[in-house]
Design a protein around this ligand. Structure first.
Ligand code: OOG
Ligand code: NI
Length: 464
């Protein structure tokens, strides 16, 4: 039929993510080693207990990161990811870490798309207004205006898809994937001269990385591990230079949010034109941008759960930030105050859950909703009529992202205005993006609510 002419966006997203993973494996062989380590760990964990997420999803699961320079680039990225069923969700302020940038995450939004493939891209945008040197700012802006990271072939095929209600035919999809990949491929010939690169790098190393290259090179692709502690040990055993601590919550019985660690950015060969007057003459140098990251995902927290998390995290950070070990100890100690059984987390409204009716029949004493009995849904869970599975956190953590960024910057001094003072500007990012970012809590809440409605319907109940 007519519909069969078009490629399903969920299938296209998987194809794109797999193609990107293959490209990155060829570019950064250490990433391939990381994927092998994670798959080994995941197999051993799955052999011991089964989780709610499918093995297929976890094996395929990745997030990547790109750093964009201008609102134009961000708008094209929004269209590109939109065609892959990925939408801008959440706002992340990185000025908290002295970085002149803010971010959103492009990812699928509904439960069905997420279960097919949750591929996400953490996308940062430069905030020139936060740069201290006006000279560096002018240089960066004029360079960004000239560069072209998206080819005409790509832009054309995207326009065609948009005129077909956001869908590609099979032939168009192939052109799209091939050309979209080129926008994120590593190019060892820089777009800027060596002099410009050094000027911008002196201002901020991230600025040079964002501005001086021909593409928005993907700077890491992160597989999801079911046990980040085990994976970290395996990384060290293979001699990888691993970041000094795991970001996020401590190890727990009931994992929440996100824990991340990485191997540090590699030094890679780059050549630069010596000056714009003599484009033929090249200078060989190097650049550090690309690293390898792994992550363990836990339950999505409700606003109440997140508030408690942030309070405890801040409390732990106040204790001592002198060494990684001291920080880990403080986090572990303070987080003993965070409930650590699924029942408590659920009953105290700290996590989002997806509820599913079991085959068990509703006993007579529970067959009707009696207001005096308290939380009816919770009683059905305790009676085994309904199961409650924590919903996986699909987003990022600003402090974790900041920690990953900083681990790759060494001890370079930052010259961002008001160092380490937060300057959030969600409206500014939305203006650059050309649309509002979605609220992740609303998405988790909607998945939970739909599952509850489904339980009610299947059990023949009108309400909970
Ligand atoms: C992104 C760093 C943040 C994460 O997973 O939070 C990050 C970047 O370096 O561009 O990778
Ligand atoms: Ni990452």
């Amino acid at each position: 039929t007519f519909e069969h002419r078009y490629v399903d966006a969920d299938i296209l997203r998987t194809r794109f993510a797999v193609a990107m993973s293959n490209m990155y494996k060829a570019e950064v062989p250490l990433y391939g080693d990381l994927v092998s380590i994670v798959q080994g760990v995941n197999q051993s964990v799955l052999a011991q207990d089964s989780t709610n997420d499918s093995v297929e999803r976890i094996t395929l699961e990745r997030h990547g990161a790109i750093r964009l320079g201008s609102p134009y680039e961000l708008q094209v990225a929004r269209r590109l990811f939109g065609l892959l069923g990925m939408h801008p969700i959440g706002y992340y302020d990185l000025s908290i870490a002295g970085l002149p940038m803010h971010a959103t995450c492009f990812r699928p939004r509904d439960a069905q798309s997420l279960s097919k493939n949750p591929f996400r891209v953490f996308t940062t945008l430069l905030r020139p207004e936060l740069l201290e040197s006006s000279e560096a700012r002018e240089r960066a802006l004029s360079h960004l205006q000239q560069r072209k990271i998206f080819s005409d072939v790509l832009l054309d095929v995207m326009s065609i898809a948009e005129s077909q209600q956001g869908r590609f035919t099979y032939d168009q999809a192939e052109i799209f994937v091939d050309n979209a990949l080129e926008s994120f491929r590593w190019q060892s010939l820089a777009a800027a001269t060596f002099e410009v690169y050094n000027t911008l790098k002196k201002e901020h190393p991230i600025l040079a990385d964002i501005v001086c290259f021909q593409t928005a090179h993907i700077n890491h692709l992160t597989p999801r591990t079911l046990d980040i502690g085990l994976a970290q040990v395996a990384m060290q055993a293979q001699g990888m230079k691993v970041k000094d601590r795991i970001e996020g919550p401590p190890k727990r019985e009931c994992p929440i949010l996100l824990r991340q660690t990485s191997f540090l950015a590699l030094q890679e060969a780059v050549s630069f034109a010596s000056s714009s007057n003599q484009p033929g003459e090249l200078i060989d140098s190097h650049h550090k941008a690309r690293f390898g990251e792994i992550e363990e995902r836990g339950a999505a927290l409700t606003p109440a759960g997140r508030k408690l998390y942030d309070e405890l995290f801040n409390e732990a950070m106040e204790v001592s930030r002198t060494t990684a070990q001291k920080m880990d100890e403080a986090v572990a100690r303070v987080f003993t105050k965070y409930p650590d059984t699924w029942t408590e987390l659920r009953q105290q409204g700290l996590i989002y859950c997806e509820f599913t009716p079991t085959m068990k029949l509703l006993p007579v004493h529970l067959a009707t909703h009696d207001e005096t009995r308290g939380d009816y849904l919770e009683q059905l869970v305790l009676a085994g009529i309904v199961t409650a599975a924590p919903i996986t956190y699909e987003d990022f953590l600003p402090f974790s992202a900041a920690g990953i960024f900083q681990s790759n910057l060494g001890d370079s001094s930052s010259s961002v205005m008001g160092q380490n003072k937060p300057y959030p500007d969600r409206k500014g990012l939305e203006k650059s993006l050309g649309c509002a970012v979605l609220d992740s809590n609303a998405l988790y809440a909607s998945i939970q609510r739909k599952s509850i409605e489904n339980c009610a319907q299947q059990l023949g109940l009108s309400t909970f």
